[in-house]
Design a binder for this molecule. Sequence first.
Ligand SMILES: CC(=O)SCCNC(=O)CCNC(=O)[C@H](O)C(C)(C)COP(=O)(O)OP(=O)(O)OC[C@H]1O[C@@H](n2cnc3c(N)ncnc32)[C@H](O)[C@@H]1OP(=O)(O)O
Length: 209
Amino acid sequence: MKKELYIIGAGSVGGHIALNIDEYSDKFNIVGFLDDDPEKIGTEQFGFKVIDKVDKALDLKTAAVVVGIAFPKIKRLLLKKLASNSSLSYPTLIHEKAWVSKSVKIGGGCIIYPGTTINFRSELQDFVVINANCSLGHHTKVGRYSSFAPGVCTGGHTTIEEAVDMGIGVSTLQDIRIGRESTIGGQSMVIHPVEAKSAVAGVPAKTIE
Ligand SMILES: CC(=O)SCCNC(=O)CCNC(=O)[C@H](O)C(C)(C)COP(=O)(O)OP(=O)(O)OC[C@H]1O[C@@H](n2cnc3c(N)ncnc32)[C@H](O)[C@@H]1OP(=O)(O)O
């Protein structure tokens, strides 16, 4: 029997999952969205109803939930709130056209979009979103809640800590560490370690104000 699946966030990530769930898994029936935007509640988005606010998930019993939100800090805040409902489960969704090497470890609640490749001995913690056409080099480590926009390429042994926002088309040199809660601007080439809670951009990536 298929399990009921709620999608949190009726935005671009949630919409992508709603429209393409059959390419991720045949184990779920989407019930609808939960979203805090009052203008969306009661409307239909991407073919499914926006049923209620996110808090509704606190009352659900044994449902599966996908957090369709890319912004790491919003994702983290929301998941900390939902942690009080221990009956929720968070499946990891990997698109059928992603390639994941043997020996890769992927935590719960992750979303891996099509076209992405993840090379050997990489590790993704919980609630990581990897958008389309990313290439994660061998031994890449990604901390929980971090998100990659499309086209991010990591060199081997890159370490990305918790809740990092990797902008569209970012690349990293091998052996780079990016500190927690940092933001990396689109199309940046990261060649030096990035301190926690900083914003860097450019080629090579430098701190921006
Ligand atoms: C499918 C999808 O749509 S996924 C989402 C795709 N979108 C992204 O990935 C967005 C990535 N975001 C960015 O690159 C943003 O510019 C950020 C987050 C790095 C910075 O945004 P803000 O904090 O608003 O910075 P702001 O626009 O004020 O720019 C600050 C300075 O950094 C520079 N800067 C900003 N982004 C970049 C960048 N990507 N590369 C080089 N320089 C940049 C600006 O030119 C500016 O420089 P100045 O002070 O000399 O004029």
